[in-house]
Design a protein around this ligand. Structure first.
Ligand SMILES: Nc1ncnc2c1ncn2[C@@H]1O[C@H](COP(=O)(O)OP(=O)(O)OP(=O)(O)O)[C@@H](O)[C@H]1O
Length: 322
């Protein structure tokens, strides 16, 4: 084992003229909760389908749990729980009966412990109360949870979840996120795709960002937070002097945010000045401001938000609700 649950090299998928996935080198550490993030149509589902052997790659290689795919499908897939675009449940059977069918189709699953496995999986996703209900009467969120229960029938080394909270109400979303956290706590590697930045921020240790079929970055969430530009937020009444000092230090000073009517702003009022720090240490900025007689009433140097960083990388806004 290499320490990676998933590794790809130059993995690509072409649909006629379109490169849906374009030469990605994914490295998903064992034990991580890896958020696979990107706008709609950026290639996440196609990548997942290649990893699971559901679609052939046009070029490149993929290793899952140390085994080349799709050659290793037979030995690897029993160790992987997957939720991809909802499994094909039979609508006229109950949730429990559907799970029993899937469990029976798994040759590694013993028949005698089936009832306990199915009951446990339903319990873990909070569907015990609806076990006897026919699936056609399930809401979208309940079907999504049943799909997760299916992925959880057996102990898994790796869970691959494609947009697991899609269609869930806020309560269902919270439950699924808690479930993912608890699975990760047991040591299972979780590879979860999402277009929700907040979701990835809440549950993931690592992140990979897709843009138009390319993997534009990957690494730990902490590294991700600490890269990107640092901004300075200065509170001072001496706006003109402060701007002159910052400019002299070579900082890119942001345009003033609106110019209030002079009568509305006393000369001594504290105002906000913001700038990009680049390579200058924050303490040098404060020292220069103080030396120039600028009254520093507040000073903060902070990395740009994750959201800004993702927008920079993908050129698109993310849905940050939830
Ligand atoms: N079977 C197919 N035939 C042709 N084009 C396809 C096929 N599957 C996907 N594509 C195209 O490949 C691109 C990537 O799609 P994919 O579903 O992998 O993106 P995604 O990031 O998962 O998006 P979403 O979040 O909307 O599911 C899209 O432009 C899509 O239209």
């Amino acid at each position: 084992m290499t320490g990676f649950a998933i590794e790809t090299a130059g993995l690509s998928k072409r649909f006629r003229a379109q490169m849906a996935v374009d030469g990605i080198d994914l490295a998903v550490p064992s034990g991580s909760v890896f958020g696979f993030l990107g706008p709609n149509g950026s290639g996440k589902t196609t990548t997942i389908r290649m990893l699971l052997g559901l679609v052939a790659a046009s070029s490149g290689t993929a290793r899952v749990l140390g085994t080349d795919m799709p050659r290793g499908v037979g030995s690897v897939l029993p160790r992987v729980g997957a939720l991809v675009e909802g499994p094909a449940f039979l609508p006229f059977l109950s949730g429990e009966a559907n799970l029993r069918r899937f469990d029976a189709a798994d040759r590694s699953a013993g028949g005698r412990s089936r009832s306990a496995r199915v009951a446990d999986a339903l319990d873990r996703v909070g569907l015990s109360h609806a076990a006897d209900k026919k699936v056609h009467a399930y809401s979208l969120g309940m079907k999504q949870r049943l799909g997760l229960a299916n992925a959880l029938l057996m102990p898994r080394e790796l869970l691959v979840l494609d947009e697991p909270t899609n269609g869930l109400d806020p309560q269902g979303t919270r439950e699924v996120r808690n479930l993912i956290r608890s699975l990760a706590g047991d040591g299972t590697t979780v590879f979860v795709s999402s277009h929700l930045l907040a979701e990835v921020e809440q549950i993931c240790t690592h992140v990979g960002v897709m843009r138009a079929g390319r993997l534009v970055t990957q690494g730990t969430l902490d590294d991700f937070r600490s890269t990107g530009a640092v901004s300075v937020r200065l509170q001072t009444p001496d706006v003109a002097d402060a701007r002159a000092v910052l400019a002299r230090l070579g900082l890119t000073v942001d345009a003033p945010a609106g110019t209030p009517a002079p009568a509305a702003v006393p000369a001594d009022a504290t105002r906000l000045v913001t700038a990009r720090l680049d390579a200058t240490p924050p303490e040098a900025v404060v020292a220069a401001l103080v030396a120039a007689g600028v009254r520093v009433r507040g000073f903060e140097a902070a990395h740009t938000s994750l959201e800004q960083r993702f927008v920079e990388l993908t050129g698109e806004g993310f849905d940050v609700v939830q």
